[in-house]
Design a protein around this ligand. Structure first.
Ligand SMILES: Nc1ncnc2c1ncn2[C@@H]1O[C@H](COP(=O)(O)OP(=O)(O)OP(=O)(O)O)[C@@H](O)[C@H]1O
Length: 273
């Protein structure tokens, strides 16, 4: 994190330990839904090369909600995409449970994304010709898996989608569409749920309802969520904030409050006397 002249990073921001280069031990790997180990990702070559990630190591324990924050261009989306097998690092490893994504073929990666990762994007990414129910069940259909009626009913009830299941996305509000997307991300109990600005297109109240749901999915059902956000209030729903600066982890913040996040990002307007 860059420090303005005359200021110091807040003491509550834990400094980043040195990058992990040793292989994970088995006990630790078992407690981790996902691990990034020494990730480097460079776009372009020569004088136009941009190092989006520069040796990022971070663990995502099972049953935790992590927000990834940092200035524009700090590498948040690149990290999320590498964790989710949507982008391939130049160096380092991504471990999903005990599966090393960096060693997989394109076909294997497609299967991992389909079967073991749930996705929530700012723009919902629902299929317009499918009903809400068909959208929710899409990952299972693609994988040829049967739906678990009890799980489906519980997710639909918790997200309040029971009377919307036969509607297509165009017939749903933005908040309802995003709840369908969250239901789709949760169905089949993926090892990891990645969310990229999930509330970016929602009004404040709808967004906070969705974040509260994600938090309870973590606390009550042991899901693991990694969310990129610019919003300190959204980040305060997480258990922990990982701060990125210039492609590196510059700190972490446990049990973040919006004020602590603002301080950590040094976004708070200076007090004038
Ligand atoms: N496909 C790409 N080709 C070239 N450069 C890229 C590509 N994707 C990302 N970058 C560059 O890598 C750096 C990190 O980008 P990234 O999108 O991960 O940042 P971010 O923190 O998510 O930014 P924002 O908050 O603006 O979304 C930026 O300098 C960006 O311009």
């Amino acid at each position: 994190m860059s420090t303005r002249p005359g200021t110091r990073p807040p003491s509550s921001v834990a400094p980043q330990p040195s990058p992990v280069s040793a292989p994970p031990d088995e006990t630790r790997a078992d407690a981790m839904a996902c691990r990034a180990v020494g990730l480097t990702r460079t776009y372009g070559t020569g004088s136009t090369a941009v190092r989006a990630l520069d040796g990022v190591s971070v663990d995502f324990p099972r049953g935790t909600f992590t927000a990834v924050m940092g200035p524009s261009g700090s590498g948040k989306s690149t990290l999320l995409h590498c964790l989710a097998g949507l982008d391939t690092p130049d160096a380092g490893r991504v471990l999903l449970g005990d599966t090393d994504l960096t060693g997989l073929s394109d076909r294997q990666l497609t299967e991992v994304r389909r079967d073991r990762i749930g996705f929530v994007f700012q723009s919902f990414n629902l299929l317009p010709t499918l009903t809400a129910e068909q959208n929710i069940l899409l990952p299972l259909d693609l994988a040829g898996r049967r739906r678990d009626d009890a799980e489906f009913d519980a997710i639909v009830a918790e997200l309040g989608l029971g009377d919307r299941l036969g509607h297509r996305p165009a017939e749903l509000s933005g908040g309802q569409q995003q709840r369908v997307a969250v239901a789709r991300a949760l169905i089949g109990r993926p090892a990891l749920i990645v969310a990229d600005e999930p509330t970016g297109a929602l009004d404040t109240r709808t967004g906070q309802t969705l974040l509260a749901f994600l938090r309870s999915a973590v606390r009550e059902s042991g899901r693991t969520v990694v969310m990129v956000t610019h919003d300190p209030v959204a980040a305060s729903f997480a258990d922990r904030v990982v701060l990125l600066t210039d492609g590196r982890v510059s700190g972490t913040l446990d049990d973040p409050t919006p004020d602590a996040v603002l301080d950590a990002l040094q976004l708070r307007a200076p007090v004038t006397r």
